[in-house]
Design a protein around this ligand. Sequence first.
Ligand SMILES: [Fe+2]
Length: 172
Amino acid sequence: METISHTVCADQIPGSVVLAIYEYEPLLRFLAATMGKTRLHVMQDPLARTNVMAYRAGEALNWHFDRSEFTTTLLLQAAEYGGDLEYRTDLRSDGNPNYDGVARLLDGRDPDAKILRMKPGTLNVFRGKNTAHRVTTVEGERERMIAVFSYYEKPGVMFSPEERVGFYGRAA
Ligand SMILES: [Fe+2]
């Protein structure tokens, strides 16, 4: 399987509307209430706090689980076709990796896989830790563009330089 990403990091879009939304205090309060947290904090990491990712014709994001408990995205621009979020709720649990179920999903034989078609402006708060998900292949001329917001329960969270190199190919 191949994964391609075109990623703009937070340090490349200073002063942008996307970052202003990311830091918008009422949004943080809304997300904390939605997720049942006392409060949420923006990430300190200059690169990872917010990413804008583009998917072009023929590109997709393969099946995976997320490391973080939940992910917050804002769709900025939809593809003409495809580029949908497909997900399979609770495919695994913290105590059970369910490899047979994962194999069935990868084979395209899981009847519980669902597709979410998002419109530009859709805010999606998604528990991806045990819910397998992917972005289906984009078709057509228009890129799918999505902002990914990272929030944490404790303040000041940073990636290590090694993680930044792993994700973005640069440490700073
Ligand atoms: Fe994910």
